[in-house]
Design a protein around this ligand. Structure first.
Ligand code: SAM
Length: 296
């Protein structure tokens, strides 16, 4: 079993982290991190379809279950390819996005133009920088639609475990939620194989482009088989509008990488005034657990 025919830009993707542009402060860039933006760009150009966008809309509504977004302020931390941010905008939320990788800003605009004609004229303010940085946190407070510095919903799907400091990222994300508001998170679960994956991701991070390509070719069939055995379903069948190949690249390359079991995340957020409302366990043991917290 082989990954789908590699497209010409795949070797750029394997090149990994981006250099820091001159004059840009470190906290504003994704230097020394897997280049998620490039992976999202290739995903959007080669794999995203109207059917996948429809699936993403359905799954986002399922995640929100019962939370009305109309007129609510909504912050998406690490918006990536921008699907959740655009869907929330289409659901009449007043949205703001944040991502450390500037390519994600370009991908968001392209996906908005191609797949979300109903919000083509709606501004979606975006702040490029790290959720770990005080200056970015201050920008996000200034950008809050009601001018309170807080948001009705803070959403961050599959992000805070990639920041290099999940504890601080959780604290900063939690600090942006209004009393009575929601914090919606997806975070990697802890499994006995997690330290092994940390080693694999570190190796990818330190490897030259050719070796990175080789690792994707090696892990694609292994992950395919593991998922097939664990779920009993076709691994190419994805949720949230995602694509198996680009998810494998994201999974093998996604570094920094942290993970935590359900109880640990709940225990970390409780002292910050966040109570768990709903929990959706990961589909596979190393996958993302989904949490919906409400602030006192
Ligand atoms: C796995 S992607 C998830 C994208 C999207 N949230 C989704 O649901 O598909 C992780 C995203 O987090 C962003 N990211 C990583 N570290 C970040 C940080 N410190 N601050 C803000 N965004 C960050 C990456 O650039 C990337 O777009």
């Amino acid at each position: 079993m082989k990954p789908p025919s590699p497209h010409p830009e795949a070797k750029d993707l394997a090149a990994g982290e981006r250099p820091r542009p001159p004059g840009v402060p470190a906290e504003r860039t994704a230097a020394a991190q897997f280049d998620f933006g490039k992976n999202w760009q290739l995903f959007s150009e080669h794999a995203l379809t109207p059917e996948k966008v429809r699936q993403a809309r359905r799954d986002f509504a399922r995640l929100l279950q019962g939370i009305d977004l109309k007129g609510k302020s909504f912050l998406d931390i690490g918006f990536g390819q921008g699907l959740s941010l655009l869907i929330a905008t289409a659901m009449d939320a007043r949205t703001v996005g944040c991502d450390i990788n500037p390519t994600c800003g370009e991908v968001l605009e392209a996906n908005k133009r191609l797949f979300f004609p109903e919000v083509a004229a709606a501004p979606v303010p975006v702040i490029i920088g790290s959720i770990l940085a005080d200056a970015v946190l201050a920008d996000l407070r200034r950008a809050s639609p009601e001018g309170t510095g807080l948001y009705d919903l803070v959403h961050s799907w599959g992000v805070l475990h990639h920041t290099g400091n999940m504890e601080l990222a959780l604290k900063n994300a939690a600090s942006l939620v209004k009393p009575g508001g929601y914090l919606i998170l997806a975070l990697y679960n802890r499994h006995w194989t997690s330290p092994l994956w940390l080693g694999i991701k570190y190796l990818y991070h330190k490897s030259p482009p050719l070796l990175r390509q080789g690792m994707i070719h090696l892990f694609y069939p292994l992950i395919y088989l593991a998922k097939l055995v664990i779920t009993g379903e076709n691994p190419r069948k994805q949720t949230r509008g995602m694509d198996f190949y680009y998810n494998v690249v994201d999974w093998v390359g996604g570094y920094p990488y942290e993970y935590a079991p359900r109880e640990e995340i709940i225990a970390r957020l409780q002292p910050l005034g966040l109570e768990i409302q709903r929990f959706i366990p990961a589909q596979v043991p190393t996958g993302c657990n989904e949490f919906i917290f409400r602030k006192d």
